[in-house]
Design a protein around this ligand. Structure first.
Ligand code: ADP
Length: 269
């Protein structure tokens, strides 16, 4: 059994900082109003989870997040019978809880879950909007406020797991990319309080690395890595060292590639 990681965000929490980069807020609201499930596609660290947290608070809805991995089973999502003393009691899984509460359900890394697990979501993604709990002999109808969102990382240079077309086509899809340079520097500055000039340098470095396809990196410099690096610089670590531990080493274990990246860092800091 591989219980997924589940996180809850209550309605009382204040909205996290999120800087829209396109018309994603409007698309989210319209998808919600029309009961359309939403797929957020894009590399890791491009703000997908932050966007969902922001939207949940903005819309005043509870958020339940499930992070999938290859062991995640349908039972983990739906629920199971547990023995408590002399009794057997039914325990809702996060998917069932989200439907009962009319919450926003965020299935992070949906392609990691086993295909038979993803299938249990299908009846929630079409006109039926219901959940079949065969083991509990119950059919749950999703309330108006319920929304299903999933994230998917198509992989830098096509390196990751695919999502079945039969699943993909059930979702309205929004592509997340690295934001345009000025915006990304603004995000990094807002997150870390590092002066804008240094944030711009970090973003310029990131864009240089992002264009070096011949290095064969499986993932490139994400906004998350830039935020982490900026935090280290703001905390007083020399910029080059911060870039080494915050950008270079997380991206590669190959010493030659790491050395090439360090040379590039030296051009900017
Ligand atoms: P993902 O879910 O795509 O892997 P996250 O949502 O965890 O990425 O984003 C990683 C970090 O990048 C966030 O914690 C935040 O600091 C920053 N970030 C990325 N995009 C934005 C944005 N548009 N507005 C605010 N912060 C952002």
């Amino acid at each position: 059994m591989g219980s997924p990681t589940v996180a809850h965000l209550s309605m009382e929490q204040s909205a996290p900082f999120y800087r829209p980069v396109g018309r994603e807020v409007e698309i989210f609201e319209k998808a919600h109003a029309h009961h359309l499930p939403l797929l957020l596609k894009g590399p890791t660290g491009t703000g997908k989870s932050r966007f969902v947290e922001y939207m949940a608070v903005r819309m005043g809805l509870p958020l339940i997040t499930v992070v999938c991995h290859e062991e995640t089973s349908a039972v983990d999502l739906l629920g199971r019978y547990l023995v408590r003393g002399n009794e057997t009691v039914w325990m809702d899984g996060p998917l069932t809880r989200a439907v009962r509460q009319g919450a926003i359900l965020y299935i992070d890394e949906i392609a990691e879950a086993r295909p038979d697990t993803v299938v249990v979501l299908h009846s929630l993604t079409d006109h039926r909007r219901c959940l079949f709990l065969d083991r509990h002999d119950e059919v749950l109808e999703a309330p108006e406020s319920f929304m299903l969102i999933a994230s998917f990382n198509p992989g830098y240079q096509g390196a990751w797991k695919e999502l079945k077309p039969s699943t993909r086509q059930r979702f309205v899809s929004l592509a997340f990319q690295y934001p345009e340079a000025r915006l990304e520097a603004e995000i990094v500055a807002n997150e870390t309080s590092l002066p804008t000039k240094s944030c711009r340098q970090l973003v310029a470095l990131a864009n240089k690395v992002r264009n070096l396809h011949h290095l064969g990196l499986t993932e490139s410099v994400s906004t998350r890595l830039l935020v982490d690096t900026a935090r280290l610089i703001h905390a007083g670590l020399p910029a080059r060292l911060a870039c080494e531990v915050g950008i270079v080493e997380p991206l590669t274990d190959d010493r030659d590639v790491a050395n090439s990246l360090k040379d590039i860092v030296a051009l900017y800091f």
